[in-house]
Design a protein around this ligand. Structure first.
Ligand code: GDP
Length: 297
């Protein structure tokens, strides 16, 4: 289960301050040391850990924790609030255009779960009131990616706009939008190419697609299992594309959770959804508060 190690360690660190009586500054210091280690071991970015621990410590010292009858509960509340803030505070829903179609451009490295997430999002959006999403196969370098999207489209009963591998992906994206306007699709979701690694060619192509379709959302899919790499990937894509949000996939695995805890504060872009499995209904809107509660048990 995701966050298992982190959950256990945070809970144990906090419970050590005791449920009755008061605690000393030394107890608090010891607890902060353990929280810091727990976060570092969960692969949370070093700078993020530093800032987080500093905030919790200042609040704990400044509050009535030291004199409180239940210091553990006080500390738990502070850690909970700070974890929630670290992951963005409020839920950030999708932006829908007031002039349909809403255009969602997906980006991400190969294997991150981008194509699967296109299907999941289409299903989610459709179930939440927007009709007839059009899925666009603009990953022209891997015929398998096009087949995969077509299979997903068939499974969900949504149309897939595809022109094979010989047409420029920028033209595909642009023409798909024209078709969506004519047909009255309310949402267009564009599956773009991924690569094994970030390179200029990929970023240039994505920039061109962005220019051509002026998306309402540019959602980056990152694989939670890749830890700090996911954070670096998010930073690079954000610098190149000014993304609007992140989907963290594979949070159903036994990831240590560092990506989920670091991405928001490193990129300043919201996590909008998490992927919780391979099935097309395994997508969850991201609520920082709920995620924090889940971690703290
Ligand atoms: P793409 O190359 O980025 O388009 O990635 P795919 O959509 O092809 O996904 C790569 C693999 O990850 C596939 O086997 C998916 O079933 C799997 N996958 C995608 N999202 C999730 C998720 O949230 N959880 C799990 N466990 N697997 C996922």
């Amino acid at each position: 289960m995701a966050f298992e190690g982190l959950s256990e360690r945070l809970q144990s660190a906090i419970s050590q301050v005791g449920t009755g009586g008061t605690i000393t500054e030394a107890d608090l210091k010891q607890m902060m040391r353990e929280i810091r280690l727990a976060l570092l071991e969960a692969d949370v970015n070093f700078q993020v850990v530093k800032t987080f621990v500093k905030s919790v410590n200042e609040r704990a010292l400044g509050s009535d924790v030291l004199t409180s009858l239940s210091p553990a509960q006080q500390v738990l509340k502070i850690v909970d609030e700070e974890l929630t803030a670290l992951m963005g505070g409020e839920r950030e829903p999708l932006n829908f255009s007031s002039k349909p179609p809403t255009v969602i451009m997906m980006a991400g490295l190969q294997g991150a779960g981008k194509t699967t997430t296109v299907g999941k999002l289409a299903k989610y959006i459709n179930e939440n009131g927007k009709k007839k999403p059009l899925l666009v196969a603009a990953d022209v370098y891997r015929p398998a990616a096009i087949d995969q999207l077509e299979t997903i489209g068939r499974q969900l009963g949504f149309e897939v706009y595809s022109r094979g591998t010989e047409v420029n992906p920028v033209d595909i994206a642009y023409d798909a939008l024209t078709q969506a306007r004519m047909q009255g699709n309310e949402v267009v979701i564009i599956d773009t190419a991924g690569r094994l690694h970030i390179n200029e060619e990929l970023m240039n192509e994505l920039r061109e697609i962005k220019l051509a379709v002026d998306p309402d959302e540019i959602l980056l899919t990152v694989d939670a299992m890749t830890g700090q790499d996911a954070v670096n990937v998010a930073q690079s894509f954000n610098e190149a594309l000014d993304i609007t949000g992140v989907v963290i996939t594979k949070l159903d695995g036994d990831t240590r959770g560092g990506a989920a805890l670091s991405i928001r504060s490193i990129t300043n872009k919201p996590i909008k959804f998490t992927g919780q499995g391979e099935q097309l209904d395994a997508l969850e809107p991201f609520y920082p508060e709920r995620m924090s509660s889940r971690i703290l048990g």
